[in-house]
Ligand binder design. Structure first.
Ligand SMILES: Cc1ncc(COP(=O)(O)O)c(C=O)c1O
Length: 386
């Protein structure tokens, strides 16, 4: 039996989001009566194929690009791996630049390629707030002009945003290939691919109230790469394997809803984030916010990474929150070389004895969720500091 989570507070929307009922409704026919294989040329197949192409058209239209530049994948990780591995292979790139704050889908892929001797990897410096040092990026590009630059748009742990226009211009100036992991911003911020100078961006449906296990890779028309997954001729020969039809339909619907409701959801979620910042400031002395997440202009409105003063409960924080029926994530900074803890907080130099929690918000959260989380944390701290 599936245990109910109805009485829990979910504040982990950067990990994944609850699927919208409208999305489920859109997916259902493609799980039931429309079961053809999209590669089949008969009627059962053709109708399914056209649903995939409709979803591709929807995604491309919302991102202001053409359907020919959108490729469906199994999610953000596969899209990142494809962009990175195939651009390095196809263009014979020998140098890549990334930051120490990237998601492991990017960092581990590049580290693997560096270890295999395919590339030399440079890490761009970050400032005290976790923003990319653009002067250092330019220095790295001056020394290694034709590089792969992989820098994320919205950080999944601290929410920091990168200015894709500025980095895109810089990459163009040095003839670099620019991949941005946009998993945390697709569906939450608008991307205009006609105007952005990115070669690759990626999306994952489950981050914007769509299904898990499906995503997309945008490949700029000027870029020619071979497939990452070899097999049949699906995705115009770019990704073998029978398509996740209902997932793709769900992704298209979820993005359509995300764009339709983006302004009102943004207002609602920003209000919740500000309420949580104010609540913690009022109730906990020496509360801090990791990275630049309290800066509403330079961080994603969906993420707040709270740093609580050192105490005996720092290590137990997430566990205690879980017992109080609050789902959040985060943890301590990992020390160098260790796989335990957060490499992002480690790179930012957050003291390991502080208690860190990433709260991330979605359209289904309410003020009551925020107040309950703030009060619960404040009570826990009162108990250990009196
Ligand atoms: C920034 C970022 N990149 C990549 C991924 C991986 O996406 P997926 O889980 O769809 O493979 C995630 C998911 O946590 C993410 O937050």
């Amino acid at each position: 039996m599936i245990r109910s989570v109805a009485d829990r507070v979910y504040l982990d929307n950067a990990a994944t989001t609850r699927i919208s009922p409208e999305v489920i409704e859109a997916m259902l026919p493609w799980m039931t009566e429309q079961y053809g294989n999209p590669s089949s040329i008969h009627g059962h197949g053709r109708v399914v194929k056209s649903a995939i192409e409709q979803a591709r058209k929807t995604v491309a239209g919302l991102l202001n690009t053409s359907p020919a530049q959108i490729f469906f994948t199994s999610g953000g990780t596969e899209a990142d791996n494809t962009a990175i591995t195939c651009s390095i292979d196809n263009y014979g790139l020998t140098h890549a630049i990334t930051s120490p704050l990237e998601h492991h889908a990017v960092l581990h892929t590049l580290e693997y390629l560096a270890k295999a001797g395919k590339i030399k990897l440079s890490l761009v410096n970050i400032d005290a707030k976790g923003h990319v040092d653009l002067n250092h990026l330019e220095e790295l590009l001056q020394t290694n002009p034709r590089s792969l630059v992989s820098l994320m748009h919205g950080n999944n742990e601290i929410g920091n945003l990168l200015d894709l226009n500025v980095v895109g211009d810089l990459c163009a100036q040095y003839n670099a290939i620019f991949h941005s992991d946009t998993v945390q911003t697709v569906g939450h911020l608008r991307h205009d691919l006609k105007q952005l100078k990115t070669h690759f961006i990626v999306g994952a449906a489950h981050k914007f109230n769509g299904p898990k296990g499906v995503g997309f890779l945008y490949i700029n028309a000027d870029v020619k790469i071979h497939p990452y997954i070899h097999g049949g001729s699906q995705e115009r020969n770019m990704r073998g394997g029978t398509e996740n039809v209902y997932g793709i339909v769900g992704l298209g619907k979820a993005l359509e809803i995300a764009y339709r409701d983006m302004d009102s959801h943004r207002t609602h979620i920003e209000h919740l984030k500000k309420r949580m910042i104010a609540g913690f400031r009022e109730k906990i002395e020496d509360v801090r916010f990791n990275g630049d997440c309290e800066n509403m202009e330079r961080s994603n409105y969906t993420v707040l990474n709270v740093s609580l003063p050192p105490s005996d409960i720092s290590d137990m924080l997430l566990f205690n929150l879980d017992i109080a029926k609050i789902s959040a994530s985060g943890g301590s900074a990992c020390s160098s070389g260790s796989e335990v803890g957060s490499h992002v907080l480690g790179a930012l130099g957050v003291a390991p004895d502080r208690g860190n929690v990433r709260f991330s918000f979605g359209k289904y959260n309410t003020e009551a969720d925020i107040d309950y989380a703030v009060n619960t944390v404040a009570e826990m701290y009162k108990a250990v500091t009196v």
